[in-house]
Each structure stands twice: as C-alpha cells, then as structure tokens.
Ligand binder design. Sequence first.
Ligand code: FAD
Ligand code: NAD
Length: 490
Amino acid sequence: MTNYDILVVGGGPGGYIAAVTAAKYGFSVALIEKEAQAGGGLGGTCLNRGCIPSKTWLDNAETIERVKQASKRGIDAQVVNIDMPAMVKFKDRVVKRLSMGVGALLKSWNVAVYNGTAVVHDLDNVVVTSAKDKENEVVLGCKRLILATGSRPATIPIPGADLPQVLTSDDIFNIQTIPPHLTIVGGGVIGVEMARIFSAFGSKVTIVEALPRLAPNLDEEVADALLKSLKSAKVTVKTGVKVEAIEPADSDAEVNVVVSCNDVTERIPAETVLMAVGRAPNTEAFSELGLEMNRRFVKVDPNTLKTSRQDVYAIGDITGLSMLAHSASVMGERAAKVAVQSLNGSDSEEFYPFPIDYAAIPSVVYGEPSAASVGMSQQAAEEYCAKNSLTLSIGRTIFGGNGRAVASGMGEGFVKILVASGDCQTRILGIHIYGPMASELINEASVLVNGGADVKSLASVVHAHPTFGETLSIALHDALGGSSHQPPKK
Ligand code: FAD
Ligand code: NAD
C-alpha cells in the first residue's frame, strides 16, 4: 500500500484544483481519475463532455449566424457546408489540448495521478482498478480524503428512454450527423444551450419542459428574453408538458416523443432526442464510508466542505450546493486548505477567512446573446427589500444604445442592476445581463456584487469607450438616480 497525506478522488475542476492546492503547501498528494489516460482524460465532465465541448460548438453556431448576417455589413459570404465529423474532431482537439494541460499542471506540482476507478473502503483502503489492467489493483491510503466524483446525466423512468435515438450530454458531442429534428427533454441550462447550437446547425428543435417556465432558475425577465430569442431562431418551446414515453416511429430512424398537457396527447417526431433533465451525483464509490447525505447529495459544511467525517471532504457536483465548474474549483481550493490546516494541527481560520458566498457565484447560460447573472433575481430582491424595509432601485440600460454593441451588430439585450438602500448603506443585490459579451461582463458584475466597496465609488469607475462594459456603468448610474447617457427616468 502506498500512503499519501491527501488523496483526491476525481479529476474534474473540483478535484484537480484541490490536488494542486494541497500540493502547493508541500504535502504528498495523489489524484485518482477513472478516465485519465496518456492522451488526456483529465478535467472531468466540464472539460470532456460539458463546458468546453458545448462552448466549442456554441462558437461554431455563432460563426454560422455571423456569416449569415454578413451581407448586411456589405460582405458577401455564405455557409456552404456544415461538416459534423469535422466539428467533432475540432472539439476533440480542443479537449485533448486542455486536458493535457491539466495533466501537465498536476505533474508540475508532483501530484501522483492514478488512472483507474477508486472504491473507498476506508481511508487506509482505497482500491484503484485500472480499466486496462483489471487484475492489477493498487491499494492506497491517506490521512485526508477529498471526494470529487462529480455527476452524470439524470434519466426519467419512461418507456423508450433506452432507445438508441435517445442521447444525453455524454453522447451528443460525438454525434456524426445533424438530426433534421431534435427534441430536447428539459428546458434548463443544457436544453437551452443545445437548442441554440443545433438550431444554428440546421436542426428543427423542439424543447419540452415540465414546468410552466423555461430556465426556471433564471430571473424571470431574463428567461422571457431567452424564450423570445429561441422563438426567433424557430425553436419550438412547449412548457408545462408531461413526457409520457418515447416510441419507435414508422421509419426506423425516427421516434415519437409522446407528451401530454391538460389531457391532450401529442406525438413529436424526431431522429434524435436529448435528455437534459438534470444531473445525478456519483456517490457509489464511497458508499461504505456511510457519510451523512442530503437527499442524493453528500452533506457538507458549505464553508469547510467537511462531511460527517472530520477527515473526509466532498466538493463540486456531489454536494449539490452549486453544479458549476467554477463552484467546484472554489470548493476544491477551500477543502484542500482546510485539510492542510488540519494536518498542520491548527484550527485557525487564517487560510479561509471568508465564508464561500454561494449566492454571489456568477452563472451563465451561453448563446448569442448569453444570459449571465450574479446575486439575487429581481423577484428575490423585491422580497428581501420588503422584508428588511429597504428601498429597491432598479437600474437599466439596453445594448441598443451601446456604441460597441450596435457597431458589432449585437444591439439586442439589456443590463439590470438591483440596488438596495435604507440601512445606512447602499448594496448591489444582483446583476442580470442578457446581451453580447454577457459571459465576460459578468465577471466585473461579480466584483460589484462581491466587492464590498462603496457603491458610489464603484459608480465613479471610468469605463473605456466604446466597450460593451459601459452598459454596467450606465445601469449603475441609472439605479443611483440617473445616467447622463440616458433620457430622464419615467
Ligand atoms: P466532474 O467534472 O464531473 O468530475 C468528476 C470526475 O470524477 C470525472 O472525471 C469522473 O470520471 C471521476 N470519477 C467519478 N467516479 C470516480 C471513481 N470512482 N474513481 C475515479 N474517478 C472517478 N459548468 C460551468 O460552470 N460552465 C459551463 O459552461 C458548463 N457547461 C456544462 C455543459 C454540460 C453539457 C454539462 C453536462 C455540464 C456543464 N457544466 C458547466 C457543469 C460542470 O461540468 C460541472 O459542474 C463540473 O464539471 C463539476 O465538477 P466536479 O469536479 O464536481 O465533477
Ligand atoms: P437543469 O436543472 O438546469 O434543467 C433541467 C430541466 O429539466 C428543468 O427545467 C426541469 O424542470 C426539466 N425537467 C425535469 N424532468 C423533466 C421531465 N420529466 N420532462 C420535462 N422536463 C423535465 O439541468 P440540466 O439542463 O440537465 O443541466 C444540469 C446542470 O449542469 C445544471 O444544473 C447546471 O448547473 C450545469 N450546466 C451549466 C451550464 C452553464 O453554466 N452554462 C451549462 C450546462 C449545464
């Protein structure tokens, strides 16, 4: 048996950041990843079949849309062919390059990487079995264990869910032909992003969502804007419907997605169905530890990431606290620091003076335009201000008035800033951006929400012209009484 100070199970954005953080403090660290291999495999869901593949294809979708719009700018160009196998190969190259970068990062910090599936019997008995060499098990031991095994696509128990035409996000990034009709079950983040990708590729896309609203986790105004943009891209969106079954159709290539709403049944034909109904945590590998659970997720202290065992930490998707890559990394860094401190025999909070503010972690639904948010939705801010006798001011601006956006042919969308005042301080509760570069602007917005700086001093920051980011400054001035770039408030 080989012993390490800290052992990390899972090489996604949670696990590899935890491993590097712990190694930085001079401890012996090993990471076990079942998909690691000589040419890549590290980086977890995010890098191999999530964030990066989807954004590679979103960029392809945007390129197609921009070429189609080019004639308006006096440029004759057209999309002659969309070569799906070539797009898969390009995505594979992107993934491989970044995944090898993760491998190199771990190596640079002397983190030992074990390629295999871990089963945790206890901290002194972690068995790693390689897919290549099943006979040859390795047994590892550790003083502290960080669990980062991530999640997999959830399924729904309906007839036909196992038909070959039914894919999940694990399969769709290797698809070799563009389906003429794609039906997406689930109108959440994956559903919306994939609808935008495949409608640009030429599929006729239908989204079927069980709840009355698309993207139910988003600010309502932003979700409405997304719905409008999907409709203008000719995506059919059916909300408040129940998916009953997926049936083989007359043609071998097709299936029918059977949905019902108010006792009316409809059959939606499709060559491909994408299941995007959420994700389930991977917790089987450490079930013998008997950790306390919160429904299907591992129960942790959100600030220290300690589980019900003091020497075991859980991070990322398996905690259910926030299923985002950057959240997993923040949790990974924190768990590693807490583990390092406990190995040093100190309980001081010097290494982690701030609680992780999950509400202030930004999120983005990518597309053209993207929807990005940080902090409270308008509805939550209204309730919060009413409860705490605060005044809520809503600052707004539109990209239609932003020079850079209009020059780029991207004048659709808005910025909304929610500012609370009345308790001797003025605070930004939330920022919502629906428009061009939203996924970049949200990082400045996060500084505004998290920064703790005086709001008036934030408003005095000069933004370069012409930039998309001027919208943030204008919306903030609007919330604080009015911007000289806008007509009087009504
Ligand atoms: P994971 O990334 O899932 O990594 C867990 C790793 O553990 C995996 O590599 C797995 O192989 C390994 N593992 C599991 N069990 C074992 C075992 N027993 N032994 C050894 N190894 C094991 N988030 C964003 O922030 N931005 C985005 O744009 C974004 N886009 C997404 C798009 C899609 C289509 C999907 C599906 C997800 C997307 N996400 C996005 C979410 C993001 O991918 C996850 O939140 C993130 O990957 C979670 O990180 P993690 O480290 O917790 O787990
Ligand atoms: P999600 O929770 O965002 O959406 C799932 C949707 O499916 C919900 O709207 C839900 O009401 C609906 N649904 C559930 N059961 C259904 C049924 N039987 N019929 C019809 N609709 C049903 O989950 P997701 O879209 O699968 O994404 C999973 C996670 O991955 C998200 O939580 C997100 O955190 C992460 N992700 C993030 C990004 C990003 O940051 N840009 C992109 C993709 C995924």
